[in-house]
Structure formats: C-alpha cells, structure tokens
Design a protein around this ligand. Sequence first.
Ligand code: UDX
Length: 448
Amino acid sequence: MKKKIAVIGTGYVGLVTGVALSDIGHQVYCLDVDPNKIDKLNQGISPIYEPGLEDLIHKNMYADRLHFTTEHSMAFKDADAIYIAVGTPERADGSANLDFVQQVAKDIAANVSDRGAVVVTKSTVPVGTNKLVKHWITDALDRDVQIEVVSNPEFLREGSAVYDTYHGDRIVIGAETEAAADLIEAINKPFGVPVFRTDIESAEMIKYASNAFLAAKISFINEIGTICGKLGANIEDVAKGMGMDKRIGDKFLNAGIGYGGSCFPKDTKALVQIAGDVNHTFDLLESVINVNNKQQQIPVDIAQMVVRGGLAGKKVAMLGLAFKPNTDDMRESASIVLAQKLTELGANISAYDPIAIENAKRLLPETVHYAANTEEALQDADVAIIVTEWDEFKDLPLTVFEKQMKQPIVIDGRNCYPLSYVETANIDYHSIGRPSVIRAKKSNQPAK
Ligand code: UDX
C-alpha cells in the first residue's frame, strides 16, 4: 500500500524517517524551511553523519520516491500522512519548547488537502501535545477537513539509525481512532517491526519513560562503579554478573563518564518538568540527572589528583569529542564540560575526534587545539583523556601512549581496554569503576 507522505523537518529524526519511509516504497516529500539544507539534500549530501544514510538518500532519490523541498504546497498536496519531526528544544526551565510544532500545525491548516490527513508526531513532545496539535490545526482551518492525530515516537539510536529502522524492538502507535492507527500500521508494515497500539497519551509517555529508564540504568551502574572503584571491585564483572539476570538485562550497563546526546539529557529534564506540572516531584529522575552531571566531571577530578603540580600549563590530550562513537553529534557531550573545566584550570587542550571536530569548534573553548590524528593529539601530553570509545582508540596499541606522551597517564572515560592488556603496558591507567594500574606499583611487584 504505497502512500504519499510529507515529513516536516529534516533534522536527525525527520531525515531518517523520511528516507526510511521512501525506502519501503512510499512517495516521500521532506520539507524544511532552511533552503541551504534542502539544496544540499537535493545534491544527495546528508547534513548529518549517519552510517548508510547517504547511500539510501541516493538510492531513493534516483528511484524518484524521495523528494526534498521548501515548498509547503508541494509537500502537503494530497498527502495521506504528515509527519511532524521538527525540534522541541529545551527551555531554560527544562520544559520542551513547542513553538516549531505550533508553526507546523498552522502550516498544515493552510496547506492540507480537502480530503484531510493523518498527522503523525515523531518529535518528542510532552504528554497532551498531540491533542493540542489537533486543536491548533482545527482552530486555524478555514474549511471543514478531517484531521486525525497519531503519536508515533522515535526510538532510533544515532550511529545505528538505519539498522534500527529495520530491526527496532517496537513501533508505538498512539491514536484516537482505529482508522488512523490502521493507516500508520499499514505504512510501517514493510519494516517488519512489532507494533504496539495504545492511546495517544500513553504513546507520548512511553517515549519519555523509556528514555528516563535507560538514563536511570546508566546512572545506576555509574554509581555502582564509583563504589566499586573505592572497594577494589571491577564494574565490568559486576555488570556482567548482574546482566545475566534476565529481569535486569545485560544492555545499557556500561559504566563511563555519563550519557549525552540529543535525547537523554533533554528528555529526562522534560519529564521532571512534566511531573512537576501535575505536582509530583520525580525524586528518582532528579538524582539520575545529578549523578550524570557529576559523572561527566570525573576525568578532571582524576587528572587533578594524578598529574603532579596541577593542570595549569599542562598539555591534556582529549581523544574523542562526540557524545558517542559513529556520530559527529556533539550535543550534551561530556567533552564540552571537560574542555570547559580543563580550560578554567589553565590546561592546554589538544583534541582529536575522527569526525566531530567541525561541530566541536562551535561548542568548545576557542583555545582548544584540534589535532589531525591521535598521535598528534598525544604528542608530549602530560595526560590523555578518552572521552568517546571510537574503534580507532579501542584498537590503538598502548605503546602509542608510551611513545608519544611526556608522561603516559591515561584516563579512560569509556573503559576501552581490558585491564589484563593494560597490565602489559608501561602506562598509568585510570578508568571508571575499575582498579587503577600504576607503573610504580607494577615495577615494585616481584618478578614472576
Ligand atoms: C537514545 C536512545 O537509545 C534512543 O532509543 C532514543 O530514540 C534517543 O536516545 P542515542 O542518544 O542515539 O539514543 O544514543 P545511545 O546509544 O542510547 O546512548 C546515549 C548515551 O548513553 C551515550 O552518551 C552513551 O555513551 C551513553 N551510554 C549508553 C552509557 O554511558 N552506557 C551505556 O551502557 C549505554
């Protein structure tokens, strides 16, 4: 059942959604108000780095199923479904700013075909927003047009969004009517992903609750890691042993320097706000957020303890800047907090990331030097901090730290190396929730 679909907003969610829907055969019109973005997309250039996405853009543009436009009339004309995928940035109080969504509602009212459409919200929006969207559209309509709204939240992970599209755990569809839910289920059928149907408010909540739960899992394991570090236990074994209990599950139990990205930080804060709006203090989630904020600073705390004479004037190599590997996304990355703190302490930062440097330049202090590769970043450094677990750092022979650095002190914020491997190297190594490996201690050990 091929449909005409308009996707409004070509940010991360909108672009991946539009491309994926065209790939399963629908006629998709992706609309953005930014003409530069649309120009680039029309040349087949993706504005975001996402493995496999550009190939799919080329394939589906060539097949004449995927179109990019700034023209509302072209996107909305005869659309069966209109996907809203515009940003909902965080306000100063943590709540979601719905100005872009409201603008789209007005645009829909002005351009929707007389036969009506199902409006699908992909953007993460507070509970109740879908009904508000319907109200905004019908209020602005000067004709009698049938509008249905459906909440269809996005669960894709950056860096593996294309894979996730076809291998997701579920597609959640929250609708007021069976007919609207039927249409969206039929549109998504070729993905072969299990569908869960519910009411609109529950669908909206599933997105926030899922992200908050995953963030809680990360903060929980990070707290256990901090205690492990003090007691000589190893967080990796603890997480493995815990994860074997199917009720706990073995995913999302990697201790590290906290979560970042476009979803967890924003959505956790928004859910605290949503709870507050109904006079509930979400104590647990507030703690999850506080733990994460502390977690992001840990490498600086360690560096201050282990680099003799303090960090002022010292060279600090930062390996990895993106909030996680396989993306150039810098949003809420621990590297931002770390670079600010280190700069305040007078350190000279030499940073390297395989693809996020251009985005980093807009967010990190101006004094940060960007290296062309790992070796250059490490050259004569007094301490190295691994921020992102890119494969190229995980595969790095530890001798590179020994050779390049003035003092081979490595603070691994992502537990990239097995301790058994680190034991063989001549470096001081500090990681998260695992015992430190120190050169002096090793050389004091009796020969075996
Ligand atoms: C997340 C959700 O997974 C996705 O379902 C939702 O739609 C958007 O938010 P994403 O932000 O792309 O996706 O990245 P994800 O892989 O979930 O990682 C988020 C952050 O948590 C990263 O900073 C990562 O380093 C951190 N993380 C993840 C940990 O610190 N430990 C873990 O065990 C897992």
